[in-house]
Design a protein around this ligand. Structure first.
Ligand SMILES: [Zn+2]
Length: 411
């Protein structure tokens, strides 16, 4: 447990950040690469400078705060998460990890904790996909998954590209940063669970082993528009009826892989022309397949592809199947997991090892730097919503584990 004055100190900081982008009654809107996200970075810079930490921003909008160790040549222990939110989001997703990372550094500094390895905090920019349809932008740029060209292509609803948004905030997207992995010993992200497993099982900490990754596909079915009264049943090429069969096939493919925790979803269906008296001539489906085992995800994907062609052929409907993106699940570092687990056991904090269905910045770093992800409970599993909530006692348990892990890794 954190000491009393540290608790109230953290609470004050957390509550002040919860006001940045707050629209009373409607939650926090601090979208990627907006003034509001920049304002949150600025607030953290001020706090950090007051404590004498070194502050640096890179040209992708990521913010870095460093506490030197006794040997500055040694690789640093990195902690952090993100400061942006979804529209009308909550106060905990992302910000909690950044602010607890900061709080740990503040406490270690106050306690005069001596460490050889530098300790560094990062607030990744643009983690949420709500604005540009790309998630974890800051950490993807750092790990070479997004370049300036890609930033010129991705647009928000107003037609503003990430490239332009960066320029408007004073960053130089032609001088994008790359993470020098040799300079980092480990990365730790603390995040809310965004599900209710920990709450239901009365646990305070989740130690994440794997992070699920999605494959996304767009499927178009082109049949023949016809009069719903005049066209007899035997002569129809109904694109929506075909889509209905495909949707069930997608569900079936997921059910077959459920032992591997793979999930399949059709989250959107566009029907044209969309009139009560017209046999639909066109449908578009957006399919999301996620899991923690790549082989299982690929099996589900292949099955969906095969069954949809069979359905289209049977109904004499034209099918286009586009693979939109394919990411690989991330595995977190075995040794770091053990460090976190040992801390939970020693401190008698109830925990479990688990997987994450949602993506996080740390999945981009995990293949490059030994990485750990620590979950704290989310009340009712609610997230991406103004009602997102985590009890302070769970937050303080998270702080304790995070601080101890930083200490173990940085001595
Ligand atoms: Zn998040």
């Amino acid at each position: 447990m954190m000491v009393k004055n540290a608790e109230s100190h953290f609470r004050e900081i957390f509550e002040s950040f919860s006001k940045i982008g707050l629209d009373k009654g409607r939650g926090i809107t601090r979208l990627a690469y907006t003034r509001e996200e920049e304002e949150a970075r600025f607030a953290l810079i001020k706090l950090s400078e007051n404590l004498g930490f070194k502050v640096r921003k890179d040209q992708a909008g990521n913010l870095w705060i460093r506490k030197e160790g006794s040997d500055s040549r040694l690789p640093a222990v990195l902690v952090g998460s993100h400061l942006d939110t979804v529209p009308q989001g909550g106060a905990y997703d992302g910000a909690l990890g950044v602010l607890l990372g900061f709080e740990c550094m503040r406490q270690l500094s106050e306690e005069g904790f001596s460490h050889r390895h530098p300790i560094e905090l990062v607030a990744f920019a643009g983690e949420e996909s709500s604005r540009f349809n790309i998630a974890t932008i800051g950490s993807k740029i750092l790990t070479g998954k997004l370049d300036a060209e890609a930033l010129k292509t991705a647009k928000d609803k107003q037609g503003i590209t990430i490239y332009q948004a960066l320029k408007e905030l004073g960053y130089d997207p032609d001088d994008l940063p790359r993470l020098d992995v040799s300079k980092y010993k480990a990365f730790l992200e603390l995040h809310i669970e965004q599900n209710d497993v920990l709450e239901k099982e009365n646990l305070q900490i989740g130690i994440v082993e794997k992070i699920a990754a999605p494959i996304r596909a767009r499927l178009e079915l082109r049949g023949v528009e016809a009069h719903s009264g005049a066209c007899p049943m035997g002569e129809r090429h109904d694109a929506l009826a075909a889509a209905a069969e495909v949707i069930l096939a997608v569900e079936k493919a997921g059910n077959k892989e459920k032992d591997h925790q793979t999930v399949t979803t059709v989250g959107q269906c566009i029907v044209r022309p969309g009139a009560m008296n017209v046999v639909p001539g066109y449908t578009e489906l957006l399919i999301d397949i996620r899991g923690v085992e790549k082989e299982s995800i690929l099996r589900a994907y292949e099955e969906i592809k095969e069954s949809s062609s069979a359905i289209a052929e049977k109904r004499d409907i034209r099918l286009t199947f586009d693979l939109l993106s394919s990411e690989s699940p991330a595995k977190l570092d075995f040794e770091i997991l053990n460090v976190i687990e040992t801390i939970c056991i020693e401190k008698k904090i109830p925990y479990k090892r688990m997987n994450s269905g949602a993506g996080h910045d740390c999945m981009n770093l995990a293949p490059l730097i030994p990485t750990g992800l620590i979950f704290v409970p989310s009340k009712g599993g609610i997230s991406h919503n103004k009602d997102e909530f985590t009890e302070y006692r769970d937050i303080y348990a998270g702080a304790e584990v995070l601080k101890e892990a930083i200490k173990v890794l940085s001595v």
